[in-house]
Design a protein around this ligand. Sequence first.
Ligand SMILES: [Fe+2]
Ligand SMILES: [Fe+2]
Length: 276
Amino acid sequence: MKTAVTILAENSTPAPAFIGEYGFSALIEVEDHKILFDTGSDQALYHNAARLGIDLNTVDAIFISHGHFDHTGGLLSYFKQYGARPVYAHSGIFVSRPLPLGGNNFKEIGCGFSQEELLKAGAKLHLRDEFSSIFPEVYISGAIPRNSQFEDTGGNFKMVINGETQDDPLLDDSALIIDHPEGLIIVSGCAHAGVINIIEHARQQTGKSQVLAFIGGTHLITASQERISHTIAALESPLISKIIVSHCTGFYAAARLYNALGERVIKGETGMRFEF
Ligand SMILES: [Fe+2]
Ligand SMILES: [Fe+2]
């Protein structure tokens, strides 16, 4: 099964001519289907796709991993440039998310548009809160159960529900799962649900245990050393072949993962392409 994941935007880049941008965006190709996974925080994905010779007009569908600006920021401009497309996401992506900055200061880090604005822009919206198929062998996770004892969302996140500011469990955080004959390929935006929770959910839903690759943000940037140790212990399994960490992984977590797991760990950066 011809599968490729190309990182279109991510915090950093190892090559000239690309733009690094806080956030994450990738093009996922599975046989003849092309899915735009997240859209970074602004316009970098369009510049980088052009540099890579990728025609984004050939995208069949867009998947949004969760409602944070650094994954949704380039979405509305997609429709201006390329017209209507199906958009798959959890129904919770539109909530307002004021990040506490100390005192009475907050910064809005939600997606920045309403469901109506997205529909008006050209999205054919498919809100999916449960595991479901979008193309043959391509699934979206839906809400991910938080079963591991050591993982959390990775930050002091807040959301506003009915005018009340409350803790944000990021229940909209979803992953894309490809059921490749050699193992699951799991793509994550920020992994606020926890890397291990995401892997276990993908395994449970597909009935497959071999993981060919986990790719994307891990949100280990704020993790304690203890949490990273637990994560490494879970990833040590020979049933997990590659861990390609991006975006909100952070230098220290990436360094510890590489130190413990060696070349199974790759730092996934803007412009890199992985074929399976
Ligand atoms: Fe993020
Ligand atoms: Fe996030």
